[in-house]
Design a binder for this molecule. Structure first.
Ligand SMILES: N[C@@H](CCC(=O)N[C@@H](CS)C(=O)NCC(=O)O)C(=O)O
Length: 216
C-alpha cells in the first residue's frame, strides 16, 4: 500500500452492525489513522453498495490501497500489528494463543445469542425473552470471560488485563447484555462495566447516536 494512502474501513450502521463495531473499536483503540465509509444497511441498495467496496458482499471491509480485507477478525489482527498505542495482543505466547482462541470462538460462535438478541446499541429492553439455547450461549461467554480474567487479567480490567482484540471482538456482546438487561455474574458485570467505558466503545456509541438522530 502506498504510504500516503489512509486505510479505509467500510462499515454498516453503528447502531446495528455488530461485525463492523469490532474492527472499528480495535483500530480506534490502536490509535490507527483511518477513514470510514458508512453503508446504510437494510435498504434496496445496500447489497449493491457493499459490493462496490467489498467482493464478499459484507461489511466490515478494510481497504488497504487496492487490497480489500473483508473479515472482522482479520482486520482486528491487522489492527494489532499496526497499533500505535501498544499491543492489542498479549505479549506472552500462551496468553496470545488464548486471546486468539477467544476471538475466534466469538467470530464463529454464539449464533443463538446473535439471532435472539440482535445488536441495537441504543435500545433498552427490560423483559426480553431468552431461550434455553441462548442462556447456554450466555453461560459459555461468562465462563470464557472468567477463564481469561482468572489466568491473564491481573494487569487491568479487560479480558487479558490490557485492552486486546478479544475485547474488541466481544464489544457487541457487551452491548447486547446492556440492551437486553441480561442478568450476569458479578465478575461478568464488572467486565461489562469496564469494556463499555473504554473510550473506543464510547466513541462508537456516540457515532450510533449521531447516525440515529440525523437519520444518516
Ligand atoms: N464474517 C463476516 C460477517 C460480516 C457480516 O455478516 N456483515 C453483515 C452486517 S453486520 C453484512 O454485511 N450483511 C450484508 C447485508 O446487510 O446486506 C465478518 O466477520 O466480517
Amino acid at each position: 500500500m502506498a504510504q500516503h494512502q489512509k486505510p479505509v474501513l467500510v462499515i454498516g450502521d453503528k447502531n446495528y452492525s455488530s461485525w463492523s463495531m469490532r474492527p472499528w473499536i480495535a483500530m480506534t483503540a490502536g490509535g490507527i489513522d483511518f477513514e470510514e465509509t458508512h453503508v446504510k444497511l437494510r435498504t434496496e441498495e445496500t447489497k449493491a453498495t457493499i459490493l462496490r467496496h467489498s467482493p464478499s458482499g459484507t461489511v466490515p471491509a478494510l481497504k488497504l490501497g487496492d487490497v480489500v480485507v473483508p473479515e472482522s477478525l482479520a482486520i482486528c489482527e491487522w489492527a494489532a500489528e499496526n497499533s500505535k498505542t501498544g499491543p492489542l495482543l498479549p505479549v506472552d505466547s500462551v496468553a496470545r494463543a488464548a486471546c486468539r482462541a477467544a476471538s475466534a470462538e466469538m467470530h464463529s460462535g454464539f449464533a443463538t445469542l446473535r439471532k435472539e438478541c440482535p445488536m441495537d446499541i441504543l435500545a433498552r429492553e427490560t423483559c426480553h425473552p431468552i431461550s434455553d439455547a441462548c442462556r447456554s450461549d450466555i453461560a459459555r461467554i461468562e465462563a470464557l470471560w472468567e477463564n481469561c480474567r482468572h489466568h491473564f487479567g491481573a494487569g487491568g480490567p479487560y479480558l487479558f488485563g490490557h485492552f486486546t482484540i478479544a475485547d474488541a471482538m466481544f464489544a457487541p456482546v457487551v452491548s447486547r447484555f446492556i440492551t437486553y438487561g441480561v442478568h450476569l455474574l458479578p465478575e461478568s458485570a464488572d467486565y461489562v462495566a469496564a469494556a463499555s467505558h473504554h473510550p473506543a466503545y464510547q466513541a462508537w456509541v456516540a457515532g450510533a447516536k449521531l447516525q440515529v438522530e440525523t437519520g444518516i
